[in-house]
Write a protein that binds this ligand. Structure first.
Ligand code: PFF
Length: 444
């Protein structure tokens, strides 16, 4: 085992914050509200929460366990797990697929992060203050149709991501996340308070929490499952890569619960801040990817101190996006580093590919949505499925048990059953449902 060059996180909390930094990002504040709007609210939210509980949490425990056992990048960690079980190292395919998925996500993620950066600028210069809701909506449309402007911000975001990764994620990230993530949460709570006081809060809550199952399509279920992976950064090795740095004496189960809880609460708070504004201002809940940018500025433009508040808010959203985007390429960069490629060079190569893909998202119609669909709805659930199978069926039970040694027998056994049977069956069932096969078989 190559433990010599292993540097642990400063404390258990630093690991939790860094993993939370990866999990909490645009997925929570931008994506969750907008897909909830597109898929009609309540029932979608319920399925998403079920996916977090039954698939997301068990898979996160599995990923951290592989990472902490292997103590290296995801590809080599899976190889070690397979060697330990005396089986084929072809399981490292999980890691390779993850590296590819991370790059593909970065391509569209960075474009949206670029929008957030643009809104830092717009907020600071008061570009949308005192505008009406419809004009604020048009203001976003103007950005979405200005390719050069999008490319410029996307480029800046890729440079930021590449630079942090080049320096080394593990070194810098802890302190950034320590202070800024809690601050983002506080600002979201302030926005929630504003929505409660000024928006149509009841309509917002009704939309999010009234379960109308007639709106639930196969695609909505697949999207909810995919988003559970996306929002928790699962299925592609990001959490596995960070897990390699987790202290030996901290609890995988408790840590996972903290991260999943923080992530879920932040998404729900973001939704609860956004939807009351949608309904109070006659905006469209299902308007798509622009939702956050067309609604929150409505609040900012009319609140006292809105200019400063909104500038800080979008800055924090951009930083949350950054602490997520670095984890998208970290698995690949860490792997190349172990192959002897200098970190700076591999960070550069990954950034360039991500940049080119992002440019394609901006200039070529359909690329953005295809990348989003392929990664979120196919590659991440597939990666998660393979991870669950790997930990549940391939790795030695004893090895896995050691990673979860502080967990009581009953808890461990329950998790093991869920990881072996329920999580994989859930993912497979959703795939089959999407393909229409469950209906053809007459199962539903
Ligand atoms: N979890 C991040 C978010 O919700 O914004 C996105 C993400 C980061 C997905 C890292 C996957 C990943 F590996």
């Amino acid at each position: 085992m190559q433990q010599a060059n292993f540097v642990g996180w400063k404390s258990r909390w630093t690991f939790i914050l860094a993993a939370t930094g990866s999990a909490v990002g645009l997925g929570n504040i931008w994506k969750f509200p907008y897909i909830t709007g597109e898929y009609g609210g309540g029932a979608f939210v319920l399925v998403y929460l079920a996916c977090i509980l039954l698939v997301g949490i068990p898979v996160m425990m599995a990923e951290i366990s592989i990472g902490r056992f292997g103590r290296t990048d995801p590809i080599h960690s899976t190889v070690r797990g397979a060697q330990d079980a005396k089986t084929t190292t072809a399981w490292s395919l999980i890691g390779f697929m993850g590296v590819l998925a991370g790059l593909m996500i970065l391509m569209f993620y960075s474009v949206v992060a670029g929008w957030a950066l643009d809104y830092v600028w717009q907020s600071a210069t008061g570009a949308y203050s005192n505008l009406q809701a419809t004009a604020i909506e048009e203001n976003f449309e103007a950005l979405a149709s200005d390719n050069t402007r999008q490319l410029a911000w996307h480029t800046l975001f890729i440079i930021l991501t590449g630079s942090v990764v080049a320096v080394g994620v593990i070194r810098g990230i802890g302190t950034v996340v320590d202070v800024l993530m809690p601050l983002l949460f506080v600002l979201l709570l302030v926005l929630l308070g504003y929505s409660w006081a000024n928006g149509d809060f009841e309509a917002g809550l009704n939309f999010m929490f009234r379960f109308d199952f007639s709106k639930l399509t196969a695609e909505a279920v697949l999207t909810a499952l995919g988003h559970a992976f996306f929002t928790l950064s699962l299925g592609m090795g990001a959490i596995m890569a960070y897990g390699a740095y987790m202290p030996e004496n901290s609890s995988v189960a408790k840590t996972t619960l903290v991260i999943a809880l923080l992530d879920t609460v932040i998404a729900l708070v973001a939704g609860m801040a956004i939807f009351p504004l949608v309904f109070a201002n006659g905006l469209e809940a299902g308007q798509g990817a622009g939702l956050m940018f067309a609604t929150l500025p409505v609040a900012f433009s009319s609140m006292p101190g809105g200019v400063i508040f909104s500038t800080i808010f979008f800055l924090l959203v951009s930083i949350a996006a950054l602490s997520s985007s670095i984890s998208l390429i970290e698995p690949g960069v860490a792997w190349l580093e172990r192959q002897g490629v200098q970190r700076v060079w591999s960070a550069l190569v990954f950034s360039l590919i991500g940049w080119a893909g992002g440019a394609a998202c901006i200039y070529l119609p359909g690329v953005f949505d295809s990348l989003d669909f392929a990664t979120t709805n196919i590659m991440l659930p597939l990666g998660g499925l393979l991870i669950a199978i790997f930990v549940g069926w391939i790795m030695r039970r004893n090895t896995v048990r050691k990673q979860l040694r502080d967990t009581g027998e009953l808890m461990f056994n329950s998790w093991y059953v869920v990881t072996r049977f329920i999580a994989p069956a859930g993912v497979i069932a959703v795939f089959l449902y999407q393909l229409g096969l469950l209906q053809k078989l007459g199962w539903i």
